[in-house]
Design a protein around this ligand. Structure first.
Ligand SMILES: [Mg+2]
Length: 148
């Protein structure tokens, strides 16, 4: 992140920071995030979710949050950048889904990091989208495209 001059993270919530539809923030995630903040990197949560538990997580982390983001539409990413007060080239989008988190970050001009979902429960449409993610991820694993 230092090499890329990343100053802020736009973080997906469900299955990236907490298990799907919970506010179950694990100590390891809190500690990871606190380390980033200490290193001068800020964070903003960006979620398609509207649930009350989303704001609970934002309060616990001390981050702003953009709800109902309609990812991969860039609007929510722009709101997040305003919260972070950085330009897209200094932001890294982090999430567990290719066609929302990674695509949305790229459409907004950011770098993106795809992470493994931290839980197995998820929205039924998400489960369907995993079917379409699989061939692309296979291609990437074989070195088909440069990372980030
Ligand atoms: Mg997610």
């Amino acid at each position: 992140m230092r090499a890329w001059d990343i100053r802020g993270l736009v973080l997906d919530l469900d299955n990236t920071i907490v298990p799907w539809h919970t506010s179950d923030l694990r100590p390891s995630i809190s500690a990871w995030f606190a380390g980033l903040v200490q290193g001068g990197v800020r964070g903003c949560l960006l979620t398609n979710n509207y649930g009350k538990q989303a704001s609970v997580v934002a309060r616990a982390l001390g981050t702003p949050i953009v709800l109902g983001a309609l990812k991969p539409v860039p609007f929510g990413y722009r709101r997040s950048l305003e919260h972070l007060q950085i330009e897209a080239r200094h932001a890294l989008g982090v999430g567990d889904q290719l066609y929302t988190d990674v695509l949305g970050a790229k459409l907004a001009g950011m770098r993106a990091a795809l992470v493994q979902p931290i839980g197995r429960r998820e929205f039924p449409t998400t489960r369907l989208m995993r079917v379409f993610e699989r061939p692309v991820l296979e291609h990437l694993r074989r070195g088909g495209m440069p990372g980030a």
